[in-house]
Design a protein around this ligand. Structure first.
Ligand SMILES: Nc1nc2c(ncn2[C@@H]2O[C@H](COP(=O)(O)OP(=O)(O)OP(=O)(O)O)[C@@H](O)[C@H]2O)c(=O)[nH]1
Ligand SMILES: [Mg+2]
Length: 236
């Protein structure tokens, strides 16, 4: 359901970071905010927190610059992971284009990961989305907190669907760009292949969707344009 507006040549893609409480969703956005250039992500909004627990959501808007003449923006959201905030989680999923599931790798956290994943499946279904065919990336976070489950165990227990995955240590920034790259690639592919895209022409009528992004050079990001080129390059 990416929002593509042909009148002002803009694409807005909504990505939701989902997962159990304390798995590192907010940390993902906070550290990404530090990593991307200022002109690409000028502000991050954290709406309602209590002792660093998310009560509503976080939002990090990232401008990726121009893709085939379209000003492309990602809106990264988090949900509150604590079980009793399901109404909020459902609301935040409204209009979602892609999900990053942030799992906690620590031994003993498998039941919470599974419960959250099942909750995601149910909430997506309420919007008529089949998770099995949706743009989902698994992030196995907290790889530094030993003992952790092996990647094989996590894959077997949480990812029988075979979604792309990345390992991460969110507070150190490890694996965060890799994760963003994977989910960007998946969502842009879906827009390029028409399915899931809500495309409007200047009159608000259905129109042909924009093609997917083209690859470019790899470099340490300096401007939003470089940042996007870097991201595109990683999507190859
Ligand atoms: N050691 C370690 N700590 C991490 C990592 N990622 C996040 N943390 C810490 O885990 C705690 C919870 O992180 P948050 O990002 O607030 O978790 P959340 O998923 O947003 O939690 P809710 O908002 O309650 O759903 C914080 O103290 C983080 O610093 C990691 O990879 N390794
Ligand atoms: Mg949070």
């Amino acid at each position: 359901m990416a929002n593509i507006n042909y009148a002002n040549k803009e694409i807005i893609i909504k990505i939701v970071y989902y997962g159990p409480g304390m798995s590192g969703k907010t940390t993902n956005l906070q550290v990404l905010h530090q990593m991307v250039p200022k002109d690409a992500a000028s502000r991050m909004i954290s709406l309602a927190t209590e002792q660093d627990r998310t009560l509503y959501f976080d939002l990090l808007p990232i401008s990726l610059g121009s893709v085939k003449g379209f000003n492309t923006k990602f809106q990264l959201y988090t949900v509150p992971g604590q079980v009793y905030y399901n109404t909020t989680r459902k609301l935040v999923l409204n209009g979602v284009d892609g999900v990053v599931f942030v799992a906690d790798s620590q031994q003993g956290k498998m039941p919470e990961n599974k419960e959250s994943l099942e909750n995601l499946r149910e909430n997506l279904a309420e919007y008529g989305i089949d998770m099995n065919t949706f743009a989902v990336v698994m992030q196995y976070n907290k790889r530094d907190l030993l003992p952790v489950y092996s990647i094989e165990e996590l894959q077997r227990e949480l990812n029988p669907m075979g979604f792309p995955y990345a390992e991460a240590v969110a507070f150190k920034g490890q694996g965060l760009m890799e994760t963003l790259k994977l989910i960007s690639k998946l969502t842009l592919q879906r827009i390029g292949s028409k399915s899931g895209a809500q495309v409007q022409d200047a009159d608000g009528n259905p129109a042909t969707p924009a093609p997917a992004a083209a690859p470019a050079q790899q470099a340490q990001p300096a401007t939003s344009s470089d940042f996007f080129k870097n991201l595109q390059n990683k999507m190859k």
